[in-house]
Design a binder for this molecule. Structure first.
Ligand code: NAD
Length: 490
């Protein structure tokens, strides 16, 4: 099967965007270097230095010094700077989107959406930081007055995954800048280019370069051991897998470093008999296929009530089968490649294991031949609980559907996982929606809504999905210490 390829105009424009990166090169990587590949073609698109732990510590020193000055700036100055950053990011939306699509593989239209979403966090914090919270309290026993204040936590280590290479960075760096903190930033080695361009544009918009130090490395373990041993680092914000998050919490424990962890998910998506079928299918497509299913909040386990199951599976499978798969920057593509060959191999194993356990393949299940890491949108129905796919974070364009009879049964099955990030409920009955949402052990619930993330919302997980929140005023507090002065009165 021939997959769509990009027009010469788009290819040239995306090459231009890559070449605009500071110090851009794509020579064959040497000893202390690593290559970045385009998952649509498997071609090398950049070569970067793999910085040593010593080089990372030099960046810690620069950021720490700059942070001490930035901590004393006014909220107004920080707000104006972030508003400027928002404008510059949006003015460069197309350039950023090309870099995202080329290194990460999401379709260009989705990459443009990510730039807007990422910039929205910057704008949110530009506005939110102008309302600094502090309180005045009376000592109930009399004799003193208590003032609480919020202070910047100090130098923050920000570690991001590859799946939203821009949004996962701005969600961290914007509140750090807003509260008066400096950052050392480690992007994923698969997608460092978006971070480099984002930080370059932020510097052009007026954020001091010394405040945001990017460390590119192919050896993250040595990096985090060195940086988290340095007492100048007072905060870690990590987004990635639960196993790496757990290792980093261990390292952070040594110096009692304040930790925010946005970790893995295994989201249930529940469709009740009384759901609006069209709304449920639309929401399920978004919850499954946004970012090619490579999202921590992606719907992972589909539970559909007996009375609506046949109609839902029919309509949902039809929509999944119509999605156009191809090169991320080709016109009209709805699903780009997944991140690498390992992911494709993993999907093939998950699908054959599910079929061997008795699941019915409704559509997809194939990896098209040729270059690029593609996998067809796939629907498996009647997936038994013993199949591996029912017990793992899929992180790809495969929907694993099973059926249920009662509300009590589905809530118990939905909660039967160590993860607790997102859940989805589709029903036209408000009482049921709220009751089920209350019962789900997840940090966020989409009610008749396949895309629940928003800068105004406190995004984060329960159980092994993490600690802390990003976005909203709660996200700001992750970069602050609460202090108080107890003033004696006569
Ligand atoms: P990952 O844990 O393999 O990598 C995440 C980041 O950690 C990368 O930058 C990687 O280089 C770095 N890393 C790996 N080992 C490290 C170490 N020892 N020390 C320091 N850094 C280290 O995860 P991934 O494959 O990039 O991303 C997928 C995972 O991220 C999924 O589990 C997904 O659910 C999760 N995720 C969670 C959220 C959320 O907000 N909860 C958002 C996006 C992704």
């Amino acid at each position: 099967m021939q997959l769509p390829t990009p027009s010469p105009e788009r290819l040239a424009a995306s090459d231009e965007a890559l070449k605009s990166l500071p110090g851009y090169s794509k020579h064959a990587p040497g000893d202390n270097e690593f290559a970045v590949l385009d998952p649509s073609t498997e071609e090398r698109i950049a070569t970067l230095p793999s910085m040593t732990p010593q080089e990372a510590l030099a960046e810690v020193a620069i950021a720490d010094k700059a942070g001490r000055t930035w901590a004393k700036t006014t909220p107004r100055l920080r707000s104006d700077t972030l508003h400027n950053v928002y404008s510059v990011l949006i003015a460069n939306q197309q350039r950023l989107a090309y870099v995202i699509s080329r290194e990460m593989g999401k379709p260009l239209a989705e990459a443009q959406g990510e730039v807007q979403y990422a910039a929205d966090y910057v704008r949110w914090y530009a506005e939110e930081l102008l309302r600094p919270a502090g309180e005045y309290r009376e000592n109930p026993a009399g004799g003193s007055t208590i003032l609480t204040r919020r202070a910047p936590v100090g130098l923050a280590l920000l570690i991001a995954p590859w799946n939203f290479p821009m949004a996962m960075i701005t969600r961290k760096i914007a509140p750090a800048i807003a509260t008066g903190c400096a950052s050392v930033i480690k992007p994923a080695a698969l997608t460092p280019l978006t971070t480099l361009l984002t930080v370059e544009l932020m510097a052009e918009a007026g954020v001091p370069r010394e405040l945001m130090r990017v460390v590119t490395t192919a050896n993250p373990a040595a990096f985090s051991e060195a940086v988290l041993s340095d007492p100048r680092v007072r905060k870690i914000s990590f987004t990635g897998s639960t196993s790496v998050g757990s290792t980093l919490m261990g390292l952070a424990a040594k110096n009692i470093v304040k930790s925010s962890m946005e970790l893995g998910g295994n989201a249930p998506l529940i469709v009740f008999d009384d759901a609006d079928l069209e709304r449920a299918v639309d929401g399920a497509i978004l919850a499954k296929l946004r970012n090619g299913g490579q999202s921590c909040v992606a719907a992972n386990r589909f539970y559909v009530q007996d009375g609506i199951a046949d109609a839902f599976v029919e309509a949902f499978s039809k929509r999944m089968s119509e999605v156009v798969v191809g090169n991320a920057i080709a016109e009209g593509v709805g699903l780009g490649p997944v991140i690498n060959r390992n992911a494709v191999n993993n999907f093939q194993h998950l699908v054959s294991d599910a079929i061997a356990h008795g699941a019915n393949l409704r559509t997809g299940g194939q990896a098209p031949e040729g270059n690029g890491y593609f996998f067809a949108p796939t629907v498996l129905d009647n997936v038994p609980a013993e199949a591996r796919i029912a017990n793992t974070e899929i992180f790809g364009p495969i929907a694993a559907i099973s059926r249920f009879s009662t509300q009590e049964e589905v809530v118990s099955r939905a909660n039967d996982t160590p993860f607790g990030l997102a859940g989805y409920v589709f029903t036209e009955n408000l009482d049921r929606a709220l009751n089920v949402a209350d019962e789900l052990e997840t940090g966020l619930v989409g009610i008749n809504n396949g895309v629940p993330s928003n800068p105004a919302a406190p995004f984060g997980g329960m159980k092994q999905s993490g600690l802390g929140r990003e976005g909203s005023h709660e996200g700001l507090e992750e970069y602050q210490e609460i202090r108080y002065y107890n003033i004696a009165r006569r």
